[in-house]
Ligand binder design. Structure first.
Ligand code: CS2
Length: 489
């Protein structure tokens, strides 16, 4: 085992907080905090992070405090090569689930020294309808934040409250940067924040609309959640026992739209790509990487695999993903050259094969209703319009619905905000699978309306669903999907 140690060279006492982050998970610690660490090491400046968890994981906040906000990131290139990077870019952490700390967090967000608020709250943390991007005004958490603007529970409520304080004190607005896997995440975040602000105070909403920049960004690094077994493996490989350790792959990418009227760290020196428009990168990543991940999550688990690298050992699954990316998704990514897409998809397959990551398929399978519109369904819609079918994505959709039905029958949670609605849909009495699939495709928060009435699509999905129920050989179905993709060309 070859281990490279990279100690931190920054002195946190010499830098003030300039950035507040909401969503202090492993991803933030292994991605944005790592980029800030590198930027501070090269340029200094007051760009330390104050990072907050809103609801879960009080323990992590405590553990970070005990460790003086210094933690290791273990980057596995493969099972023989790893880098241990020490990170000190987080100056303070809050647990906003408790009232006193929420007030401290709001004070930090309202302070003139805070220039940027970044977010990793996952897709569901924006309370938007996944297909339309409209704010869910009747969601209980949003209803709470409308009724109690001074004791917000959501990231949106915290942002609106802090902006209100800044506005009333004559302090310029901060910039809001979403780092979640959503399409046009800046625009979606703006819609969410403005939707909540409008429901609270129209003049505040107008000020936010005029003053706050919401650049979009594309983030990429595979940072799996850690199990007790992962912690034991990290200890065996590195001797590290600290509970705040982060494990991830060596690859890391951040593409950020250049729109920071309040100033920003010199991120480009740390390798961040600052661009005018992130949409090409974003669509490519969401459909190719995350779309493949979701195919692995449902079909891989149905085929009996537990983690990404294990599933990749099946040559049928590997070929299926290759077909998905190269035959079904590449044609939808018209802004990229065929060569770029081929290289990108090959790199992804290699990244998925990294068996040191132990990336659990069940983790990726969570929140499917929030993820699949941007990962599969907009691409599928484009393919349906162009050539009438898209065999790999269609197998994915049938697999997802079958996976939900199995979980519903066994009363196992699928960890999805629409779980109750989805369970009701797959458990209802139908005379055949065509009716079941039609009912599911009418769930308009997830599926585009054009699919609801597409009888040819519903017929194909129903046949796949029947085959899954009949326990037909799934790997064989994957091989067929690849063949039918060929026949379409
Ligand atoms: C994964 C992502 O859990 C998931 O849904 O697809 O977290 C993925 O690992 C990251 O987006 C990689 O950048």
């Amino acid at each position: 085992m070859e281990i490279q140690q990279i100690p931190s060279v920054i002195n946190p006492d010499q830098h003030q907080v300039g950035l507040v982050h909401i969503g202090l998970g492993a991803f933030h610690r292994g991605h944005q905090a790592m980029y800030l660490e590198k930027t501070l090491a090269q340029h200094g400046g007051d760009w330390m992070i104050a990072s907050a968890n809103i609801r879960s994981n009080y323990q992590l906040v405590e553990q970070l405090e005990v460790a003086n906000y210094c933690y290791p990131v273990v980057e596995y290139t493969d099972s023989q090569h790893l880098v241990v990077r020490e990170i000190k870019a987080i100056k303070h952490a809050f647990f906003a689930g408790n009232q006193a700390e929420r007030q401290q967090l709001l004070a930090q967000m309202s302070a003139a020294s805070t220039k940027i608020v970044t977010l990793t709250v996952t897709e569901k943390g924006y309370y938007l309808s996944p297909s339309s991007g409209d704010l869910l005004l009747d969601n209980p958490a949003i209803v709470h934040d409308i009724e109690h603007p001074d004791a917000p529970k959501t990231a949106l409520g915290l942002i609106v409250n802090a902006l209100k304080q800044r506005h009333s004190q004559g302090i310029p607005a901060f910039t809001v940067l979403s780092c979640d896997n959503m399409p046009h995440n800046g625009i979606r975040t703006k819609n969410a924040v403005l939707g909540l602000a409008r429901a609270q105070d129209a003049s505040l909403a107008a000020w936010i609309e005029a003053q706050v920049a919401f650049p979009s960004s594309m983030v990429d690094r595979i940072v799996p959640a850690l199990s007790a077994e992962d912690l034991r493996k990290i200890e065996a490989d590195t001797g590290i026992t600290t509970p705040t350790v982060v494990k991830c792959e060596a690859f890391c990418q951040w593409v950020v739209e250049e729109n920071f009227p309040t100033g920003r760290p010199q991120w480009e020196s740390a390798g961040v790509q600052m661009v005018d428009d992130v949409s090409t990168y974003e669509t490519m990543k969401l459909r190719m990487l995350n779309g493949s991940h979701s195919l692995l999550a449902y079909l891989g688990q149905l085929a009996g695999y537990q983690n990404v690298a294990q599933a990749m050992k099946s040559s049928d699954i590997r070929k299926f993903l290759e077909h998905y990316m190269q035959q079904e998704i590449a044609p939808t990514l018209t802004a990229c050259t065929a060569e770029e897409l081929l290289t990108y998809s090959q790199q992804l397959l290699t990244r998925f094969e990294n068996d040191s990551l132990q990336h659990q398929l069940s983790q990726i399978a969570m929140d499917g209703s929030q993820k699949l519109p941007q990962r599969w369904l907009t691409g599928l819609e484009e393919q349906l319009n162009k050539q009438g079918s898209s065999a790999a994505i269609e197998l994915g959709v049938a697999g997802w619905l079958f996976y939900i039905q199995q979980a519903a029958q066994q009363k196992i949670s699928i960890n999805d905000p629409l779980e109750a609605e989805l369970f009701a849909l797959v458990l209802a009495q139908y005379s055949n699978s065509f009716e079941l699939i039609s009912a599911c495709l009418s769930q308009q928060e997830v599926f585009p309306s054009s699919m609801t009435t597409n009888r040819a699509l519903i017929t194909r999905l129903a046949a796949l669903f029947d085959a899954l129920q009949a326990k037909e050989d799934l790997l064989g179905m994957m091989r067929n999907a690849c063949k039918s993709a060929h026949n379409n060309h």
